[in-house]
Ligand binder design. Structure first.
Ligand SMILES: [Ca+2]
Length: 339
């Protein structure tokens, strides 16, 4: 009798053990299933978000092309119109976008010509821009050596192979155009341990870009106020006071000719200057050949939010043959593009 009770006790314990094991396995399966479902959803939402961003890139490229084509000049109002939209709903999320005229920024690759040799005029402008963000002027020499094709060290501040091979880790300057302005972060002397100083220096990326060719011109209808001020400071200091007036005026009436000196003198940049100064300043600017009225490079940025996934895509678009065709020449994902 006592043996029967003991046997029933063992059977009960065995049953409880089995129930416990089954429960543990079942809970584990449910947890894994939840993870799998979430993981799969993340992949699907990220893919969907990226496809939305690509769709925005394609649509905006077409719009930019339509605006630029058959025109003699870039109309700032058109780009503003492209950027005016709020985020718009799409199935499962929202999409926002932005278009930037990249020929409104200083092209750092202009500091060398097509043969990889220093362009004195553009290099002088870069030095001035560096000064505006508190960058030691020697870094301009190192940036030149980074891009120019020779291995001769520029004085002062230059750096070629020898300087970089002694660093940990060691690397070499490419002696070619920058593929992205962010290459400046690798140039000798750019980085500093002082966070406040670095914060100020990082402002350079609001001034410069790196386009895949040298000799590009700034679009006078979209050039940033900062870059325009640096140019005027160099070629026509008396006109600096008129920058804001000019920026307002060009929206209402975009500049349509940057080669005709007489027409150029009529710009509000030269308001209140005496007649001789107007002629001198306008002529210097026209002769410097820094400006154009068209743009060949745009950055299209798309931000899509689908479910719990966020996708940021920045694409550098090149217009060819008066924007008869366009090419995506670079994409950057994850953070706002820095080309
Ligand atoms: Ca070099």
């Amino acid at each position: 009798m006592a043996g029967g009770v003991a046997q029933r006790g063992v059977a009960l314990l065995t049953a409880l053990l089995i129930v416990s094991l089954v429960t543990i396995v079942a809970v584990d399966l449910v947890v894994r299933q939840h993870f799998d479902i979430r993981r799969t959803a993340n992949i699907l939402e990220t893919d969907q978000g990226y496809l939305y961003a690509l769709g925005v890139e394609s649509a905006l490229t077409k719009l930019v092309q339509t605006y630029e084509q058959n025109k003699k000049y870039t109309d700032p109002k058109d780009l503003e119109m492209l950027n005016a939209s709020s985020p718009f709903p799409v199935e499962g999320g929202v999409v926002a976008f932005h278009v930037d005229d990249m020929e409104g920024l200083f092209n750092i690759n202009n500091i060398v010509n097509d043969n990889g040799v220093k362009d004195e005029k553009q290099f002088t402008l870069l030095i001035k821009i560096f000064g505006k963000v508190g960058m030691p002027l020697e870094v301009a020499g190192a940036a030149l050596d980074w891009i120019d094709k020779d291995s001769d060290v520029t004085f002062p501040g230059g750096a070629e192979d020898g300087e970089y091979l002694g660093m940990q880790p060691a690397y070499r300057p490419p002696n070619r155009r920058m593929a992205s302005a962010s290459e400046l972060l690798l140039v000798k002397g750019f980085k500093d341990k002082d966070p406040d100083l670095m914060k100020q220096r990082m402002e350079i990326f609001h001034w410069v870009t790196a386009l895949p060719e040298s000799g590009t011109k700034l679009n006078i209808n979209s050039v940033s106020a900062d870059v325009l001020t640096v140019i005027l400071d160099t070629y026509a200091p008396a006109a600096v006071a008129n920058v804001q007036t000019f920026l307002t005026d060009r929206k209402a009436k975009p500049v349509q000719d940057v080669t005709d000196k007489a027409a150029f003198q009529q710009l509000s940049l030269f308001n209140s200057l005496n007649a001789n100064d107007v002629t001198t300043a306008a002529n210097k600017l026209v002769e410097a050949q820094l400006f154009d009225i068209k743009t060949n490079y745009f950055m299209v940025s798309a931000n899509s939010a689908v479910g719990q996934s966020n996708t940021q895509l920045s694409s550098l678009i090149m217009c060819a043959a008066n924007c008869a065709s366009t090419v995506v020449i670079a994409r950057s994902q994850g953070t706002p593009g820095m080309f």
